[in-house]
Structures are given as structure tokens and as C-alpha cells.
Design a protein around this ligand. Sequence first.
Ligand code: URP
Ligand code: ZN
Ligand code: ZN
Length: 485
Amino acid sequence: MAGYDLAVRGGQVATGFGTTRCDIGVKDGRIVAIAERITDAARAIEADGLLVLPGGVDSHCHIEEPQPGGGANEETFATASAAAFAGGTTSVVCFIPQWKGHGVWERYVDYRARAARGMLDHSFHQIISDPTDAVMEQEVPRVVAEGVRSLKVFLTYEPLHLDDAQYLRVLTKARELGCLVTVHCENYAAINWRTAELLKHGMAAPKYHAWARPPVVEREATHRAIALAELVDQPIQVFHVSCAEAAEEIARAQARGVKVWGETCPQYVTLTAADIDRPGFEGAKFMCSPAPRTREEHARIWEMIRRGTLDVISSDHCAFSYEGDRGKRQNGADAVFRDIPNGIPGFAARLPIIFSEGVSKGRISLDDFVRLTSTNPARLMGLAPRKGMIAVGADADLALWDPAKKVTLTNALMQHAVDYTPYEGMEVTGWPVATIRRGEVVMRDGKVQAEPGTGRFLPRGPYDLIRPRGITPDGFDPAPPPAVR
Ligand code: URP
Ligand code: ZN
Ligand code: ZN
């Protein structure tokens, strides 16, 4: 009987800490050997000329979020899994919604069942939009005990946004429970004020979405999110940083030892405000929040990535079709930017775009790429070393990558459920030719071949590495204010 179920042979294995030509032996879905030569395997995949990367970990994506009135967004866990595998991603952390006036436990149970129908290994952030006594004292601890170790808050969006008092309450509970808090940072009142002014003057087209939320609203909310987290001494991750002003707030806080991490997304190094201004109503296809900025801003974001201020690159995949009842086009020319659903699809495009714009164009190293798109999100989310690493004992999640392959992105290649990609026509160099999830080839040459229902829930433990200073497992232990530390 063969010693290994699978051997991946002869590839350049990129660990994020160097690249070596070697073989990987897989047994029962895990990596059990990394050696110069492995021959004793039931099946071998020859990877000569290819890079062997840890499967991508996408720690910010919206999948099949159920809506209060029934239904869910278009991307199901099955379609999302196909899109993710098509792009070399094998694990995701997505969002359990909370609707105002509702609890979270029922949603958790429902969302676990939905996710179990997909093929991706998955974990969740619990959105908190209504932090009542019952939710925070009874239901959230129950969900966290299941292994949901991150809470997500929005500082803008109707009806999700929290005010400062509510945000502080979430931070305090997260500290007590050993969770990370992830934050959407934009100033709610400022956006509402700008939106009302723009609409009063008849400025309703998609391009005014960007006018309503300039960098200063992101910078202000990022500063406040960090300041309150510092006060509580609670680790946070700032999501989808789009501009240097916001990234500089993070850099300053990191320099004084605050436990804050920053994430950005491919759209903030590729799309611009000019895309939201495309003729007709096409601009709606590029509407996400924060809004895409400028080419100059892209260069600053790359610099913040190189410095390590932004150390995770997620997709923020949040897919709405252009056409259709609930699509972005809505009633065409008469639509008002305020009412167009925010968010763009990006699962399959994430790794190819960052590899092409980053590694192929010499902006970041291959090691950086692996860490930004796989190892760092896995570590921050408490999924490592099982995910995000090529190491003995880790799940055998791999992307076999052709670094020289040139591809023109099209919607069909993305394999998601919606009718467009904002990256249509973009040329990339570097492409996944196979994706392996727990030792099973789930995508080969663009053909996804995994069975629905094979994705696994990934429960996460308390945040040992970033545990708040001085907290005791059983007691309330308020952090001293920064001034007396
Ligand atoms: O426009 C975006 N980003 N939509 C998704 C929801 C969010 O803010 O992350
Ligand atoms: Zn957001
Ligand atoms: Zn998001």
C-alpha cells in the first residue's frame, strides 16, 4: 500500500518565507511530508515549472447573507466555492448578519446550514448591528463559544451602523471573550450630509457615490475606531483601507503599540473614480465602499503594503448582478447612487490581480504575496497553522500556479453567480492551473470538480497571540486609560 494518498512533485514550493524545489506528500487531507523526492504515493501531480502556493485565505467576503424580508444575496455557498476555487482560494471567513431588532443565535444556526452546502472550508465573522443586553450578554457568548472568534461592526450604512457607545460595548465584550473586532470605517453622519447635499443639487449619477464619501470620511472613522479600541485595549482589524490618509492612522497607531491591523483589496489598487463615471449607467458596476480612488492613491496603497501597515489583501467579494430586479442597474438613468447596492464581485480575481500587479510587476515579492493573501489572514483569524501554510501538519490546501501564463479576465472565467466582473478585459500574468483542498483536486484547468456539501466549518480558539494585556479569563479587567499606562 502506498505511503501517501497524493504527491505534488517538482514544483517551486513558496512558503512565504522562501521558495524551494521539493515534493509534498499528502495523507488523509493533510501535508505529512515535505522532501526532496516522494515516490511512494497512490497519485502524483507533476508540478514542474509551476509555483506551489498555500491555498488562498479570503478573510473578508459576503456570501449568501440572508435578508430580513426573506431570500439572500445572489452568491450561494456553492457558486462562491466555484469562484473561489477558480481563483486559487480554498478557505473563507464570511459574515453572519444581524438585523436590527433580532438576535444572532438563530442567524448563526441558519448560516451554518447554508455554508455546509458549499465546498469551501469556512469560518465566520458575527456582524453586530444591534448590541442589546440580550444579544451581548447571552447570544454573542454562545456564538463565540462555537468558534466564531471575530465580531464585525460598521461605522456607517443604514441600518447597520453603530454609534460610539455601541461600538465601545462591542469592543468591551470582544475583549472579555477573546475575539478580534473587524471594522468598516467611514463616517455615517458625514456621508449622509454629503449625500443629501448632492441629491439636493440633482447630482444623483453613480459617480457621485465617490463624491459622497471622500478619503476624509474614511480617515476620520479609522482614527476614531482605533482610538476607542486603544482605550479599551482591544485588537481590531480595519477593513478595506482605500487611501493613504486612513493607512497612516493605522501606521501611527501600530508604531505606538496599538493592536491594529489593516486590510486592503484588489479594487483599491486597480479601480478608480473614473470607472464609476463610465458612460451610461456602467459606473454602477464599480460601486463599492469605500469608493475606488485614483492611480496616485493606488501607488500609496502599494507603499503601505510594502511597509507592512496593510498586511492582508482580501476580496470583499459582495456580488450583485448589473441586470435584474435587485441588480445595480435598477431603473437605469433615473436611479440615485444612494440606492444602488454597494459591493463588487472579486473572489476569482483576487489572487491573479495581486500576483500580476504585485509580483509580476515587481511591486512585492513572491513571499509577500503568499503572506498577504494566505498566511497573514490565516494567522490573524486564528486559522493557522491548519490553513495558510505549507507545513507538515497543515491541511493540504494548495494552488498550483503558472507564473508566466497570460490571461485576459472575463466574467466567464470568474465562475461567480453574477452577470459581470469589474475587471473585464484586464490582462494578468500569473494564473492558477489547479486548486487542491485537503488533498482533493477541486479545480483543474478552470474546471471545478468538488461536490457540494464538502466544505468544513473551521471553529477558532481564543486569540492567544493577540490576547489583550492583563485580561483574566474569568473577570472584568478594564484597561487603564492610555495616559496612566
Ligand atoms: O461596498 C462594499 N464594500 N460592500 C460590502 C459591504 C462592506 O462594506 O464590506
Ligand atoms: Zn465594509
Ligand atoms: Zn465587506
